[in-house]
Ligand binder design. Structure first.
Ligand code: ADP
Ligand code: MG
Length: 697
């Protein structure tokens, strides 16, 4: 039913519901769940209210009403509300007529609102309180949990506050007493001992007690996660069927020659395992779409190289795409060096590549003599045409959107295998949802011989000790990063800190040691030159903004100083720290902060000092910030709206939902069995508006 036909809504409010909170039907209204509950058994005494407080529940009566002022601005209605221990002043600016008609002196009410101290006379004031008769139909209204619905300023202006929404839902439920039909197959409801849909939906809005509320929540959270997983896994399977992949049946000379004669180190167990997973994928006849997660420094690049060699062995070309020119260049240089003597042709394509070189690359790609192309977004240009592209590797995935990934597919008639690598440690629960349609491999082991990075917190004022410690490292031949945050509020101040820091470092360590600076406002050529001086070891200190966050590899750098560390998010801090600790030396990360730290910031710093495990950090990050905020989820293009479940808190339910969804689809891929009809229909209603993700990776 269209929402405007639900009694109490009407066309005007229906428009607000649609534009403000995207609720357009009665069914969506029922799925608009309270965001929290107020325990109405806990009533405050007015004499205990002091100054500013959060929302409180009071029980009492009005003694006096008064209409004040005139005109739209000053006009208001005032009432004195007392519970015998004190008096609060209630004020209404909107909807005066309704309040005058419906609220009466002498009757007992439950009042819910946020008390504020008035500036004039220090009396306690509550503006636009929510009211409800304390006794309804002879039943005390105080005994239950009250759902709170989030609304917007615009809705509140039109008297659509939490209470009003609650009233509309209550009316709707009372008019529809016939049980709502079940939305999950009976076998799932039974197996998991869930409460039925009808009960859950009624009790989530009007819980009789905490236990009933919890059961309703579990049922509805499970359902939400389950259908999401069912949808994602089914799309994934459909896509696999639609797109047959190249079969790489051979492991040939390129791979073997490199593996046995050029490999600079023994692969870690994790690298070997992941390569086996990739090989199985590419040999299976389905098209690979794999996400490779591995903490910074875990050796993803070598996996990428070996994967590309598998393509070459089967007469296909390969490409590796990186998010920045610096990173693409570094990949190109290290891969070219490693491939020296193998006869494999590699080229680098960047936005700044000259026309002549570009033409040469285009020609060599087209006739197949160029086997591996490394580059930036420039690879996506339509004039980059491969003779036979078999594998695409995308490094540092969170910088690329789904749309860009799909462009790569068009580089060949038959879509190539795709390996997406990310160092952003994504908690398993989130990966499952955001990348539910990708296979996931994890490198969970660092190359041997690495000493864990020691992380230290220093106050802004403790400079001298820090400078001494830095000098010690420099004297031992090490290199140092000093990173500043970008301060965004004020364009003009943006680079002041970095520039100041650059001068400070020169004053402290020059001319003995050479300092370079890299930040986003510099010309690419200058940036590259400075970067190059540091990479080659000519410069010992690099002062930079976060441009070095992604990917750069300088094993001799052993100290990472992060200035104003309180301004960085956890995962960003972790990424930055990952720039050191790549060689055999003991490495250090120093987090420098000011004295006033919020509790959350304090916690971030503590976590950084306690652990270097990216996954542990990601979990903590999600708990501290909530998943919506996690870097990368926005750009992934798969930001799902969850109405009730929380990725941070409901990991176990998600895992369960995923297992069950997988199981069902393994046995009944098209959901044709009679007991699964309900699933097919439900998927159609829930995801009808989504575009067809099955075509793109
Ligand atoms: P990331 O996963 O962050 O991209 P890299 O691929 O840049 O990590 O690897 C980090 C460093 O570790 C590089 O210097 C690389 O040569 C080295 N490395 C990778 N795998 C191994 C290994 N199995 N044994 C020793 N060193 C390795
Ligand atoms: Mg890397």
């Amino acid at each position: 039913m269209e929402l405007k036909f639900v009694p109490g809504v009407g066309p005007k409010r229906a428009e607000l519901f649609a534009s403000e909170i995207h609720v357009t039907t009665d069914e969506e209204l029922l799925s608009y769940f309270p965001y929290r509950y107020v325990d109405k058994s806990k009533v405050y005494r007015i004499c205990d209210i002091q100054g500013e407080m959060p929302y409180v529940l009071l029980r009492g009566k009005f003694s006096v009403f008064e209409e004040l002022g005139a005109g739209t601005r000053g006009h208001r209605y005032k009432g004195l509300f007392s519970d015998g221990t004190g008096v609060v002043e209630c004020v209404w600016f909107n909807g005066l007529r309704y309040i005058k008609d419906s609220v009466h002196k002498g009757e007992e009410y439950l009042l819910f609102g946020q008390p504020k101290e008035s500036e004039y006379n220090h009396s306690v004031q509550i503006v636009h309180p929510e009211l409800e008769p304390a006794v309804k139909n002879g039943v005390d209204a105080q005994q239950s949990l009250m759902g709170m619905y989030s609304t917007t300023e615009k809705m509140k202006k039109c008297m659509l506050n939490s209470k009003a929404i609650q009233r509309i839902i209550l009316g709707y439920l009372q008019r529809n007493l016939a049980p709502f039909p079940e939305t999950l197959p009976a076998y799932i409801v039974d197996q998991l001992h869930l409460v039925n849909y009808n009960k859950a939906i009624r009790q989530i809005h009007f819980p009789p007690d905490p236990e009933a509320l919890q059961k309703a929540q579990v049922r509805l959270k499970f359902e939400e996660l389950f259908y999401l997983q069912l949808y994602l896994i089914r799309s994934f399977k459909m896509r696999q069927q639609a797109n047959r992949g190249f079969v790489f049946s051979r492991i040939g000379d390129y791979f073997n020659d490199f593996y046995f004669h050029h490999l600079p180190f023994e692969l870690t167990g994790a690298q070997k395992r992941v390569l086996k997973e990739i090989r199985a994928d590419m040999g299976s006849g389905k098209q690979m779409n794999r996400l490779l997660q591995g903490d910074v420094g875990s050796g993803k690049t070598m996996v990428a190289l070996l994967t590309m060699l598998m393509a070459l062995d089967n007469d296909y070309q390969a490409c590796l795409m990186a998010p920045t020119e610096i990173l693409a260049t570094q990949h190109y240089e290290s891969l070219s060096a490693q491939l020296e003597g193998t006869g494999i042709k590699v080229a680098l394509l960047k936005g700044s590549t000259r026309k002549k070189e570009r033409d040469r690359i285009h020609a060599a790609l087209a006739d197949g003599t160029l086997q591996i192309l490394i580059g930036t977004h420039a690879l996506l240009e339509p004039d980059v045409k491969f003779r036979n592209l078999g594998v695409v590797v995308i490094d540092e995935q969170h910088r690329f959107g789904v749309e860009q990934r799909s462009k790569l597919w068009l580089k060949n008639v038959q879509p190539p295998h795709v390996l997406v690598m990310t160092a952003t440690p994504i908690p398993r629960t989130l990966a499952m949802t955001v990348y539910g349609d990708l296979d996931v491999s994890v490198i969970d082991e660092l190359p041997p011989g690495r000493k864990p990075i020691m992380t230290i917190h220093r106050w802004d004022q403790q400079r001298e000790g820090l400078i001494r410690a830095m000098r010690k490292q420099l004297d031992a031949g090490r290199q140092i990063y000093v990173v500043y945050p970008l301060i965004e509020e004020n364009e003009k101040l943006k680079y002041r800190d970095v520039e100041q820091g650059f001068e400070n470092m020169q004053a402290a360590f020059g001319p003995e040691y050479s300092v370079v600076m890299v930040h986003g406002k510099m010309k690419p050529a200058d940036k590259d030159a400075a970067m190059q001086r540091f990479v080659s070891g000519q410069a010992q200190i690099m002062v930079a903004t976060t441009v070095i966050e992604v990917g750069v590899n300088v094993p001799n750098a052993s100290v990472m100083v992060i200035e104003s560390a309180e301004r960085f998010g956890l995962s960003q801090l972790h990424q930055l720290r990952g720039r050191v600790g790549r060689g055999a030396e003991q490495s250090y990360c120093v987090l420098v902060t000011g004295y006033s730290l919020s509790p959350v910031t304090r916690k971030r710093i503590d976590i950084m000092c306690e652990t270097t495990d990216g996954f542990q950090i990601a979990e903590a990050d999600m708990a501290l910030r909530g998943p919506g905020d996690l870097e990368g989820t926005q750009q992934s293009g798969l930001a799902f709206d969850l109405r009730i479940a929380s990725l941070a808190k409901d990991g176990q339910l998600l895992q369960m939902a995923r297992n069950i969804a997988k199981d069902i689809l393994d046995k009944d891929p098209l959901l044709e069995a009679p007991q699964n009809n309900i699933l097919r229909r439900r998927l159609q209603t829930l995801f009808a508006h989504r575009m067809d993700w099955s075509r793109i990776s």
